[in-house]
Ligand binder design. Structure first.
Ligand code: GRF
Length: 200
């Protein structure tokens, strides 16, 4: 199976997926890591592992549709079986999402359906929730919705800041995201309506 990973920055989730793929000898390879920003630091890591990298610069496009079309063309050069969004900070057009329906995953730093969008750790602190976490889900046209593959919860402490909470959540992201991608490439996941089922 071929995996293409999209990033916008640091790429620590991408790194966790790459490491798991190699160390656990998945029946898959990372075909490419693609960024919408030239300065995404994760690109260096990917290149250092001998993975092909590419950049489609989003700020060079004034139309969202045009960027997504260019990105889709670049992604499809690698004919992926799965597209993994890892800190890819873009809202995607319906046509793009449809093209990868059932084969594009995202990780979101909250326990969905709570706290969609940005600043999820701030949202969690402001809401006073005592449990927070991360969610891996299939990407659908509606932002941060779509069938849920995996979740992990962490406690919220009295003295938490956005940063301390983000750190605790990120540790869990690095566990659940590689596991979910592995389940996908091993063919263990099917989507029934809006529900993910696991077959073994
Ligand atoms: C992660 O918290 C991810 O859930 C969110 O953005 C962050 C990206 O971190 N969408 P990284 O680039 O994977 O290190």
């Amino acid at each position: 199976k071929k995996i293409v990973i999209l990033i916008s920055g640091r790429g620590s989730n991408m790194q966790a997926v790459v490491e798991a793929c190699v160390n656990q000898k998945w029946p898959a390879q990372i075909a490419a890591v693609i960024s919408n920003k030239t300065d995404a630091s994760g690109l260096e890591y990917a290149a250092s592992k001998g993975i092909q990298t590419a950049v489609v610069v989003s700020k060079e496009f004034s139309q969202r549709e045009a960027f997504d079309a260019a990105l889709q063309q670049k992604i499809d050069e690698f004919s992926p079986d799965i597209v993994v969004l890892a800190g890819f900070m873009r809202i995607l057009t319906p046509a793009f999402v449809k093209h990868y329906a059932g084969r594009m995953l995202n990780i979101h730093p909250s326990l969905l359906p709570s706290f969609v969008g940005l600043a999820t750790h701030r949202q969690a602190l402001d809401a006073g929730v005592k449990l927070h976490g991360a969610t891996v889900h299939f990407v659908t046209a509606e932002l941060d919705h779509g069938p849920i593959v995996a979740q992990a919860a962490v406690p919220v402490h009295n003295d938490d800041t956005e940063n301390s909470l983000a750190q605790r959540v990120l540790e869990q992201e690095h566990i659940i995201y590689p596991r979910a991608v592995r389940q996908f490439v091993e063919g263990k996941i099917s989507i029934v309506g809006n529900i993910v089922r696991f077959n073994d």
